[in-house]
Design a protein around this ligand. Structure first.
Ligand code: ZN
Length: 81
């Protein structure tokens, strides 16, 4: 029913550009159809850009994990039923 959770797991990788081409196309297709996921990507992108601005490095694993948790929490708020 809810395909979003499947995409959410890959969205961080998608933003990093570290993702399979097929999966990438799959995600982008879903983003066109799903407002919530698009919003999620936008938010996450902004966060990543902000984090990287000062450092120009890959997100530390800690932060990445936090980000993932935030993502999941947000998601469960919207769809957590
Ligand atoms: Zn979605």
């Amino acid at each position: 029913m809810n395909h979003c959770s499947k995409y959410i797991q890959n969205i961080a990788d998608y933003i990093d550009g570290e993702i399979d081409e097929t999966l990438c196309a799959d995600i982008e297709k879903h983003l066109k159809e799903c407002n919530n996921c698009r919003l999620m990507v936008d938010t996450l992108k902004q966060t990543v850009v902000l984090c990287r601005d000062g450092k120009k490095e890959k997100l530390p694993p800690e932060l990445e994990e936090k980000l993932n948790n935030v993502l999941k929490a947000r998601w469960q708020k919207k769809f957590g039923k």
